[in-house]
Design a protein around this ligand. Structure first.
Ligand code: SF4
Length: 241
């Protein structure tokens, strides 16, 4: 049977056998990040919707697990920002109730965390992951090209508030691109935010785009490492060698 909401299980270095579950039209997001692997955001929005019926999404997940090997982890991704799915909490809860041994996670840009309903929905996850590439407004906007209603101050406050309500692991990811978010001010500001936030893991990556975004210089890479290495949390560099 053709799958509408699922991708194939993939091996993930941190999450084991990972099953991605989709629930929004490509591509629905509050950001339009320069490096996004899903392409350009066609619907930039902050409005939550039940893009596809939650019972249909759950049913497809359920039949897949009944007929295949069980994944270690399910990532509720959406084709864009997962918080935009208004049935996120219900979907996560249904999967967890039926398959309690599977880890449920999501990877969010944190832009809707000022909404208590979004925080409540994300609390259904076992591990929550956020992307945070900049702490100053200019670099944040330049790289993430976000919806006009997003403010970096709200993103940072929303993340802190969520941490007080979620007593499970939180991972933060930062992705660095040449000429986007590599000012000393931003790197040090990120380090300070992470030091205070204390995520379980801090995952650092970089991006380059042929003929467009040049690779990071060794000087920048060393600057990032020299500051992030002093953090107390587990710091993982992916693709930095
Ligand atoms: S937040 Fe994620 S899905 Fe949205 S544009 Fe950025 S990388 Fe793509």
């Amino acid at each position: 049977m053709k799958k509408q909401y699922l991708s194939e299980i993939m091996d993930h270095p941190l999450l084991g056998k990972l099953l991605p579950v989709d629930f929004s039209p490509l591509k629905t997001c509050s950001f339009n990040c320069y490096y996004c692997s899903l392409g350009k955001t066609t619907k930039i929005t902050m409005e939550r919707e039940e893009f596809y019926p939650v019972k249909d999404v759950f049913q497809e997940v359920d039949s897949y697990i009944q007929q295949n090997d069980s994944p270690d982890t399910i990532i509720l991704t959406g084709s864009g920002e997962p918080a935009l799915y208004s049935k996120f909490g219900e979907l996560a809860r249904k999967i967890k109730e039926k398959y309690p041994s599977i880890t449920i996670t999501a990877y969010s840009n944190a832009s809707l965390l000022t909404d208590p309903e979004v925080r409540k929905d994300f609390c259904e996850c076992d591990v929550m992951q956020f992307n945070l590439n900049a702490v100053n407004a200019e670099e944040f906007r330049k790289l993430n090209r976000h919806h006009g209603n997003v403010r970096i101050e709200d993103v940072l406050e929303g993340m802190k508030k969520f941490k007080t309500e979620f007593n499970k692991p939180i991972w933060i990811h930062s992705i660095f691109g040449n000429n986007f978010n590599i000012s000393e001010e931003n790197i040090i500001g990120l380090r300070d935010f992470i030091a205070e936030f204390k995520p379980e893991k801090y995952i650092i990556r970089k991006f380059e785009i042929e003929n467009d975004v040049k690779p990071l210089s060794n000087k920048t890479i060393n600057f990032i490492k020299s500051h992030m290495d002093s953090l107390d949390c587990e710091c993982k560099y992916m693709g930095f060698d």
